[in-house]
Ligand binder design. Structure first.
Ligand code: NAD
Length: 487
């Protein structure tokens, strides 16, 4: 019985490396039934702004296994990333990126390196919720959720346990983003208690990335939010010798997608020189996933032998004697070695019945007692001073309608500029004005949505351009908002 697999040839070098990979899969005896779908540039240009047509979604939901070549996403403007759309729409929450050194056969400053980056795949700044708010200010929302954090952290520990890995490292920036990255790290601290046999540690992402670039042998499994994981895995892959070597699996509860970590490499597209290894190794991960471990090992070992025999694509060839192999010649060299194993590199073996793929589910908690205690109103006001704006806003809180608000502070780009601002602080046209509920004695009091609407009416009557509001809430009495910088 062949396993149906959805295939996309992608953009740029995609068609070259996918053709080479499918040749290697066929020669190795992979029992797969490819269903080819069209995604990416051609589809965008045919008028589907999502980059994928409905028949393609049908195929993905039917086969539940996707081998995808890279797709081009316009930078700066234009269409949204289809990669991100697919990962989020199909709930592919775990992005698993193994990065391994093949020294001395692939030149690398780090001969001892065998780590796996587990990148959260659905949240963070990749939620893609962006707005232009004023003439000068653009915003992107960073969303970190408890379900998302629990699922990915638990996945990392389950993965470590199933694959005999000894350590899980968490990387965040929770010294700055105390609430969002703070939640991710808090969840890591909670979950690690359930896996006593696994060592754990935490790095702030900046020093963690630096250590990854200089001492990758220190790391085993790394779990991290989306953007950090994206950057960190390119660093890790590149220092193994080439970004073209690294595969990835995007795992969800229902569907899994396998791809190289690199992009469509438009700079070398159409020249037949791209390295198909990242995509081919992703196909090996796919074969393990669809329970064809022997074919996976046969192909992986032939590939290791090819590397050991000094057969390289152009980006790895630099400075070596002999010719660089093109994508298809490289694939032929792998095919010639099917049935052989590497002599120096460690041959791989995949268990006949692999450890059950970890699929953590989230157990929802009872809701906290939530109270609104204030509101941040974001105002677009060019060429004003914080003191002037504060004076104007204070008169609005005293008007009869929303009795019981106090202007507590104003920040500009997060730094407190009123009360007690510094003339040195550079201010844009974007002000966050924090109002808290107070009673007749000036003591804190809970407020209602109606109070906030009334306050906004007052701002409107005074022709102030408010852009958005954020409610200030407590959850079981704990503040659910950060202080202003310098507050
Ligand atoms: P890239 O990964 O495509 O290329 C970066 C560099 O690495 C280039 O010099 C390229 O020639 C080289 N390179 C990449 N893969 C290689 C391979 N297999 N063999 C030899 N050399 C290789 O990154 P980029 O240039 O920043 O992005 C190009 C496009 O790819 C963008 O539109 C981006 O959005 C997209 N992208 C797609 C995916 C995906 O589909 N999953 C991932 C990353 C980037």
């Amino acid at each position: 019985m062949k396993t149906p697999v959805t295939i996309a040839y992608g953009d740029g070098i995609g068609p070259e490396i996918m053709t080479a990979t499918l040749r290697m899969l066929e020669a190795a005896g992979a029992q797969i039934e490819p269903e080819v779908i069209e995604v990416g540039e051609k589809v965008y240009k045919a008028g589907h702004s999502s980059g994928i047509a409905s028949e393609a979604w049908d195929s993905l939901r039917r086969t539940k296994v996707f081998l995808k070549a890279p797709i081009t996403t316009p930078s700066g403007g234009g269409y949204k990333s289809l990669n991100v759309t697919i990962r989020k729409t199909l709930g592919l929450y775990a992005n698993v990126r193994p990065c391994v050194s093949y020294a001395p056969f692939v030149p690398t400053p780090h001969p001892i390196m065998d780590l796996v980056i587990i990148r959260e795949n659905e949240e963070d700044l990749y939620a893609g919720i962006e707005h232009r708010q004023t003439d000068e200010v653009f915003q992107c929302l960073k969303l970190i959720t408890r379900p998302g954090s629990e699922k990915i952290v638990r996945y990392a520990f389950e993965y470590a346990r199933a694959n005999g890995r000894r350590r899980v490292t968490c990387m965040t920036k929770d010294n700055i983003m105390k609430m969002t990255d703070g939640l991710f790290r808090k969840v890591f601290d909670e979950v690690r208690a359930e896996y006593a046999e696994i060592e754990t540690d935490h790095y702030i992402i900046d020093i963690g990335t630096a250590r990854m670039a200089t001492r990758p042998d220190r790391f085993d499994v790394v779990v991290t939010p989306n953007l950090y994981g994206d950057i960190l895995s390119d660093v890790a892959a590149e220092i193994t010798g080439s970004v073209g070597l690294a595969p990835s699996a995007n795992i969800g509860e229902h569907v899994a997608m396998f791809e190289a970590i690199h992009g469509s490499a438009p700079d070398i597209a159409g020249r037949g020189i791209a390295n198909p290894s990242g995509l081919m190794l992703a196909a090996v991960m796919m074969l393990v996933h669809v329970r064809q471990p022997q074919v996976a090992a046969r192909l992986h070992n032939a590939w290791l032998k090819t590397i050991e025999d000094g057969i390289y694509t152009a980006e790895l060839q630099q400075g070596r004697l002999g010719r660089a192999f093109g994508s298809f010649d490289f694939a032929s060299a792998v095919i010639e070695r099917l049935g052989q194993a590497p002599a120096k590199l460690t041959p791989v073996q995949y268990a006949e019945t692999p450890a059950a793929a970890p699929k953590p589910t989230y157990r929802r908690r009872p809701p906290a007692k939530k109270e609104i205690v204030g509101v941040d109103v974001f105002v677009h006001a060019p060429e004003v001073s914080a003191d002037y704006l504060a004076g104007r806003l204070q008169t609005l809180t005293h008007q009869p309608k929303p009795a019981g608000f106090q202007l507590q502070m104003i920040t500009n780009r997060g730094v407190k500029v009123w009360p007690g601002g510094f003339p040195e602080t550079f201010c844009t046209d974007h002000w966050r004005c924090r109002f808290v509920g107070v009673d007749a004695e000036g003591q804190p009091r809970p407020i209602s949505h109606a109070d906030i609407v009334a306050l906004l009416h007052n701002l409107e009557d005074d022709r102030l351009d408010f852009i958005k509001t954020e409610n200030l809430c407590t959850f079981d009495g704990e503040p659910g908002y950060a202080l202003g910088q310098g507050q």
